[in-house]
Design a protein around this ligand. Structure first.
Ligand SMILES: C[S@@+](CC[C@H](N)C(=O)[O-])C[C@H]1O[C@@H](n2cnc3c(N)ncnc32)[C@H](O)[C@@H]1O
Length: 376
């Protein structure tokens, strides 16, 4: 049997990608020949009305799957865990409001699974809950409002995170922030910023001067490591994701921030096997050969540096409660629900398959980390 055929690009998608390409080319020309990769990624993913996340479907019909798209079990586990946390924080005692803030809600599926479980299992809490979706895009708000029509009285929207007491959650959000790449030049003993230029009507990588903004990050790389680092080694960092997390921490009056994503911890930051960085493009569940081709048509993403996110939260006054694999985190929560005699949800064969996807090391269990930080 041959490999499955690669689907054709739909004419509308191609037209959107061509328009984004045209706009990026104009910007490159205006700026004298190059833009930083972070700017290219920002326009490719988020250009209003055109960018990848203004159109993307997530799941089997899209380009990639997530814990959310694997089925309702993920939202159900989170809803039960939220009840535990709200109780511990004193947010279930009247007149407090149990608040759950979700960022990166995309089409609202997780919110529907979460609120569906609460309504069926904890109607007393479901009546009082405040589910706040932080969503800057009008397009995605429209999708979310449709998915969540039956929960209209429980859901609110905001462009940015307000001051809140409760839990802020995001799944696969931090990996979607535009990132910076820097390439080591061993002979010149210096870093070049990865830029994007145009050659023969195609986007190609180019060298740009490393901006002062990134100096602190690059200066933090130990001398002993630079002495042995081969030329061409790429380091990536995501100032946008770090600033967003620090901002969320400052908005948190009481409670916790919780993020699920693929990534690595501090000790693994400079692992030799990752000398080309972790930037990837995905289209129809396949890795893209060229991350600069077809902007707006493919997903662009990179591993989250959990060491730096953790530091950003701690610098903003949070305490790290846990940083562990998704397998470990969800298994602990499942075990606690069994011990407490609270059957989470009937474990049908479909839910067993979802549990496998969420927790098995070859699916989301091992590569995904869960960071929980709390305002003490
Ligand atoms: C990889 S998708 C994950 C979607 C969903 N959480 C899931 O797990 O299926 C990332 C989502 O985050 C959204 N996003 C990116 N930056 C954002 C921001 N600053 N605030 C809210 N959402 C954002 C993207 O538009 C996209 O919908």
């Amino acid at each position: 049997m041959g490999a499955p055929a690669i689907p054709a690009i739909a004419p509308d998608d191609e037209a959107r990608s061509l328009e984004i390409s045209r706009r990026i080319r104009d910007e490159i020309a205006r700026l004298g020949g190059a833009v930083p990769f972070s700017r290219f990624m920002e326009r490719a993913l988020y250009e209003p009305g055109l960018g990848y996340y203004e159109h993307a479907a997530i799941g089997t019909s899209g380009d990639f799957s997530t814990s959310v798209s694997s089925g309702p079990l993920f939202g159900e586990i989170l809803a039960r865990q939220a009840c535990q946390t709200w109780e511990r924080l004193g947010l279930l005692a009247s007149p407090a409001t149990p608040t759950w803030v979700e960022a990166g809600a995309h089409d609202g599926r997780l919110a529907a699974d979460f609120l569906g479980w609460l309504g069926a299992n904890r109607p007393d809490i479901a009546r009082r809950v405040r589910y706040l979706v932080v969503e800057p895009s009008a397009t995605r708000r429209g999708w979310q409002a449709r998915t969540l029509a039956r929960f209209a009285t429980q859901v609110e929207w905001a462009d940015t995170i307000p001051a809140f007491a409760g839990i802020l959650f995001c799944n696969e959000l931090l990996d979607a922030f535009p990132l910076e790449r820097h390439v080591w030049d061993a002979a010149g003993r210096r870093w070049w910023r990865w830029g994007v230029a145009v050659r023969d009507d195609r986007f190609v990588p180019c060298r740009m001067e490393a901006d002062g903004v990134h100096k602190a990050f690059l200066e933090g790389i130990p001398e002993a490591l630079l002495a042995v680092l081969p030329s061409g080694h790429v380091v990536e960092h995501s100032p946008g994701a770090e600033a967003w997390w620090a901002g969320a921490a400052r908005c948190l009056q009481k409670g916790c921030l919780m993020t699920f994503d693929y990534g690595f911890e501090e000790a693994d930051r400079f692992r030799p096997g990752r000398s080309n960085g972790t930037l990837r493009g995905y289209w129809r569940h396949r890795p893209a050969e060229d991350v600069l081709a077809n902007p707006g048509l493919i997903d662009l993403t990179a591993h989250v540096d959990f060491g730096r996110i953790q530091q950003a939260g701690e610098d903003a006054g949070l305490t790290t409660v846990s940083l562990c694999t998704q397998h470990r985190c969800l298994s602990r929560w499942m075990a606690e629900s069994v011990e407490a005699g609270e059957a989470l949800t009937p474990m049908t064969p479909a839910r067993m398959r979802q549990w496998q996807a969420l927790s098995h090391p070859s699916h989301f269990g091992q590569a995904f980390r869960v960071l929980v930080q709390e305002r003490p």
